[in-house]
Design a protein around this ligand. Structure first.
Ligand code: ZN
Length: 149
């Protein structure tokens, strides 16, 4: 059973890595940040449209490995319609999942659970968290590029 679940998770990651959702420019974006992961060469730009404290739309552009692309794709899906403080709480849950600070399942993560297996590959954790660190920078409207280092 665990192997089947693992295969399913793997399929979702491969699918989002090959056909990322919400990929491209976002006209009308009012929050923007750029992120780099020099360890792997991942680079992305995240754009958000935030209205009355709610993320109405989120799109990203850039180039990276399958894990970073899939993570950004899944993240943008999860962000739409979410309040900004809720989005920051989701970052905390996601980060805790990948750093192993949390063992039990966290219902708030939903589909993002597919990336849980990344924690077994420490060199790839920064690939999976890049989009999320970029999200925090975008929410705070920081204009300078962020880095996972
Ligand atoms: Zn990567």
């Amino acid at each position: 059973m665990m192997a089947d679940l693992h295969d399913l998770y793997q399929e979702v990651i491969v699918d989002h890595g090959r056909r990322p959702r919400n990929f491209g420019p976002l006209p009308g974006a009012n929050h923007r940040a750029e992120g780099f992961n020099p360890l792997c060469g991942d680079h992305l730009t995240l754009q958000l449209q935030v209205v009355d404290g709610v993320i109405r739309d989120a799109r990203f552009e850039g180039a990276g490995c399958a894990i970073s692309t899939a993570s950004a794709s899944l993240m943008t899906e999860a962000l739409k319609g979410r309040g900004t403080s809720d989005a920051e709480a989701l970052f905390a849950s996601f980060h805790a999942m990948l750093t192993g600070e949390r063992q039990a399942a966290d219902a708030a993560l939903g589909k993002l659970e597919v990336l849980a297996g990344v924690r077994e590959f420490p060199t790839r954790i920064k690939c999976a968290t890049l989009a999320w660190h970029t999200l925090l920078a975008a929410l705070r409207e920081e204009c300078r590029p962020v880095t996972t280092e």
